[in-house]
Design a protein around this ligand. Structure first.
Ligand SMILES: Nc1ncnc2c1ncn2[C@@H]1O[C@H](COP(=O)(O)OP(=O)(O)OP(=O)(O)O)[C@@H](O)[C@H]1O
Ligand SMILES: [Mg+2]
Length: 233
């Protein structure tokens, strides 16, 4: 695969936490390449390093060893400001727990990243309204997070993740806290938006059935030498 067709090219990633006796090696010499437009599921047992991997790819944390190239940009050598800009503009993140701001209503939560990026309030609110419509929540725009169901909160998080029109969507167990009907609805929504917005998506999930519906499953095992990259047949 040529570099230009890869949205993510991570090579030789290693990351652990702590030092001395409390040191935990989490990711060791991991390679992951995700083609532009691909939807990849990341699966593996609890504690294996799925969130850690997503944080590295999302530039929320740095690997101790290895390289991460995002859409042809070598991220490891970038200055902090340039990394932050890449993270804010090109990457949308959906967390397992929605991380919405409780004091803002749904519309303002979705508009916030656009405002922070310096757009006028009107532009940010119009874009947020369009995204709330896309996730089926136009009628909940002025509701605060605690007035929304878990499924609705996650749909607002998806809308917020897409507010900056990112190239790459990273979702960390987005359906983990939802009942099966809401999980299915959210997964379908993510799949639909992935195609419609021409995204590249990496989705951590414990749900094998959903994982199989992605283009490819990337399995993380406890030891790096057991990690395998399984192409969907
Ligand atoms: N900031 C940190 N400091 C110390 N240890 C950490 C830190 N973040 C993660 N870890 C450890 O790294 C390992 C991997 O954590 P991670 O959250 O990536 O797992 P996970 O695969 O996402 O698990 P889950 O499925 O439960 O979400 C765990 O043993 C965890 O305790
Ligand atoms: Mg996790």
């Amino acid at each position: 695969m040529s570099e230009s067709s890869s949205m993510v090219r991570a090579t030789g990633l290693s990351k652990g936490f702590g030092a001395g006796l409390t040191r935990v090696e989490v990711i060791q010499e991991l390679d992951l390449e995700v083609a532009t437009g691909e939807m990849v599921a990341v699966v593996g047992p609890s504690g294996v390093g799925k969130s850690t991997l997503l944080h590295l790819i999302g530039l929320l944390d740095r690997p101790e060893l290895g390289r991460i190239v995002l859409d042809g940009v070598q991220t490891d050598d970038l200055e902090p400001d340039a990394r932050a800009e890449l993270r804010n503009c090109d990457i949308g993140f959906v967390f397992q727990h929605h991380h919405l701001l409780e004091e803002l209503d749904a519309l303002d939560n979705v508009a916030l990243p656009v405002r922070i990026a310096g757009e006028k309030g009107r532009v940010a609110r119009d874009r947020a309204a369009g995204l709330l419509d896309a996730v089926g929540l136009s009628d909940r725009a002025s509701h605060f997070p605690d007035q929304l169901s878990g499924g609705e909160q996650q749909r607002v998080s998806v809308a917020r993740a897409l507010a900056m029109r990112p190239k790459l969507l990273l979702a960390d167990e987005p359906t983990g806290n939802l009942d099966s009907a809401n999980a299915e609805r959210l997964f379908q929504l993510v799949t639909e938006l992935h195609l419609k917005a021409g995204l590249t998506s990496i989705i951590v999930t414990h749900n094998e059935e959903m994982a199989r519906r992605c283009d490819r499953i990337f399995r993380l095992a406890r030891r790096a030498d057991l990690s395998e990259n399984v192409r969907k047949i």
